[in-house]
Ligand binder design. Structure first.
Ligand code: GLC
Ligand code: MG
Length: 607
């Protein structure tokens, strides 16, 4: 077996004391630079002085916690209409306590025509009746806080629904609102008709410009025509959006996940900014153009985010509670971490790192190692890394990697450095539902799916949570749930897995969530150990405590000697393991001959 003992090339993660000093210095330097740049009248459009309040221990709560994403349509239906709701989330809070989840991020529940299932908001400051009302939301926050769970809400500033009153006023050219969206007359052809001003295309297919008869102009939309992009450069829009943030902050939320942040701003001169063709390989029509800078990750986004960061910090200054900013950051070239890392400087605490949310069976141990290594090496000093296995936008990890590997992937997620995000259902190894068996709901799938349904429809990963083997998996009393419950719910559900007397995906998850509260995991060093074509292993350590995490991504049993550097020991005790292993808690193991059945993993405390 060809083995490559990890040389431990990764920089050690600094101890918190040193980091705070470095961070403080960094912030001072950054603030100084911004002041200088502002004073010298540079290109900063929204003048902001980025001042971060002094650090204290209570600011770092999000560094030790697991973020758990709830897609509210699919979590728990409390009123029997087949769609999940806020009361349903309240009913299930103890599930999150069981999992030791410290933070929930809830996808949009605002008033919406649901063209993009809530990511098309027509009123930012109220709850859609489908999900309940504001009183339900307030109760959710209070109850979650009582249980020690922070609540992060989705903020969708890039676009509204075309039904939003702002858009209605804007299309009528009403003076107060005429610049709220991105309007362009386009180019007049000889025959008197108009064509869009440039070649920009929408992420969900088709041109990014739609003609509006009332306004007699095109408006820009990065997503659906029913999701017109706001003109973030307008000071009035900036004020509106900050009022939305304030509204939810006043409802005691602990932070925001900023949706589609990479598309927040476009190049200023729309009429001359054609996007170049992308020369790489892609199946997604959206990526046939190279978006860098013009419609994606535009450099001016930083000013807006810093402004929002300041607002969050204002709240912290008032009550001492740090507010979290998660950003849905990504770049066209997935390995271009520098682009995603810019969002740290712009005020985000967690710019999502999706490099594990796209892995398939073609990417196992060495490939995963490579991604983790490059990402960690790209980390700016003192910043918190983060990892994600899945979301409401990508096929479930159990489907991409094989359901027998689901638990080992949770082990990976929960033992890597940084803040992990779990998409609901991953804790029981939920798989995608088969898109051939129901009517497609997702607009992206409907628009792009003719080429490849499986690739473009996001319905498969959005099926209802599988709570038990009762009717509809105990998700709903309805005859018709908005998406079908996965047929495997009889064998894959929370209740069964919790009650099982042998190890299950959920039990393994819970144990790992406990174990990662030890310092070696949230504040320890990280070094790769043995890596083969199938085995991935690494060590997490602080002074006096060392853990070996070993995972077999292959399809055969593995046997390897992990006793060399950085483990440096022959023996240890089992602290966590996935379901199909021979291991038990506290079992003594010989690190020179550690075996793992296929798709399984183990955490050993080294002695
Ligand atoms: C983000 C969301 C996605 C949504 C899109 C438009 O990418 O994650 O679900 O469709 O923004 O709001
Ligand atoms: Mg309901």
């Amino acid at each position: 077996m060809a083995q490559d003992k990890g040389a431990g090339s990764l920089a050690k993660f600094c101890s918190s004391g040193r980091c705070s000093l470095v961070l403080l210095l960094g912030v001072l330097v950054l603030a100084a630079v911004i002041v200088v740049v502002t004073l010298t009248g540079s290109s900063l459009r929204v003048p902001v002085v980025y001042v971060s309040p002094s650090r204290n221990v209570s600011r770092d709560w999000w560094k030790k916690s697991i973020v758990y994403q709830i897609y509210p349509r699919s979590f728990q239906d409390s009123d029997g209409d087949g769609v999940g709701d806020i009361k349903g989330i309240i009913q299930r809070l103890d599930h999150l306590v069981y999992l030791h989840v410290g933070i929930i991020w809830i996808s949009p529940f605002y008033v919406s025509p649901m063209k993009d299932f809530g990511y098309d908001v027509s009123n930012y400051t109220d709850v859609d009746p489908l999900f309940g009302n504001l009183t339900d939301f307030e109760e959710l926050v209070t109850r979650a806080h009582t249980k020690g769970i922070k609540v992060i809400v989705d903020f969708v500033p890039n676009h509204t629904s075309d039904r939003h009153s702002w858009f209605q006023l804007s299309r009528q050219g009403v003076d107060t609102h005429k610049d709220y969206y991105i309007w362009d007359k386009g180019v007049r052809l000889e025959n008197g008709t108009f064509v869009p001003p440039n070649n920009w295309i929408a992420s969900f297919g088709g041109p990014a410009w739609s003609w509006d008869d009332t306004r007699q102009a095109f408006y820009y939309h990065a997503y659906l025509p029913e999701q017109p992009d706001l003109n973030i450069r307008s000071p009035a829009v900036q004020k509106e959006l900050k009022d939305v943030l304030r509204f939810w902050l006043n409802k005691e939320v602990d932070g925001f996940r900023i949706d589609a942040v990479v598309k927040l701003l476009e190049a200023r001169n729309t009429s001359i900014s054609n996007e170049p063709l992308y020369t790489g390989d892609t199946v997604n029509p959206y990526f046939r153009l190279k978006h860098t800078g013009i419609t994606m990750n535009n450099e001016d986004i930083g000013d807006v985010l810093k402004d929002w960061r300041n607002l969050l910090d204002e709240y912290e200054n008032k009550d001492g509670k740090y507010r979290l900013m998660i950003a849905e950051a990504y770049s066209q070239n997935a390995s271009d971490y520098a682009v995603v890392n810019m969002y740290y400087d712009w005020g985000a605490d967690i710019p999502f790192n999706s490099n594990l949310a796209t892995i398939t069976r073609a990417c196992v141990s060495r490939c995963i190692r490579d991604r983790v290594e490059k990402y960690l090496n790209s980390m700016p000093r003192g910043r918190q890394p983060n990892f994600v296995l899945g979301s409401h936008d990508v096929s479930r990890v159990a489907t991409r990697m094989g359901s027998r590997h689901a638990s080992a992937l949770n082990m990976l997620l929960l033992t890597l450095p940084g803040t992990p995000t779990t998409y609901y259902g991953e804790e029981i190894g939920m798989s995608d539902i088969d898109s051939n068996l129901f009517e497609m709901q997702d607009p992206r799938g409907r628009r792009l799916g003719r080429v490849n349904i499986v690739l473009f429809s996001r319905d498969p990963e959005r099926s209802p949570m599988q709570w038990s083997s009762a009717w509809k998996g105990d998700f709903s009393q309805s005859m018709n749930t908005w998406l079908p419950v996965n047929r495997d719910f009889l064998t894959h559900n929370v209740k069964m897995q919790k009650e099982s007397s042998t190890m299950t995906t959920i039990q393994s998850y819970r144990r790992l969530a406990e174990v990662r509260q030890r310092r070696a995991f949230y504040n320890g060093t990280f070094q790769f150990s043995v890596t083969t074509d199938t085995i991935l292993s690494y060590v997490r350590a602080v002074r006096g405590e060392k853990y070996l995490i070993a995972i077999n991504f292959g399809f055969d049993e593995s046997l390897a000697d992990f006793s060399g550097k950085p483990v440096d020991s022959n023996s240890g005790k089992v602290v966590a393991f996935t379901e199909d292993t021979q291991y038990e808690y506290d079992m003594d193991v010989d690190i020179r001959r550690l075996s793992l059945p296929w798709g399984q993993g183990v955490v050993v405390r080294v002695q």
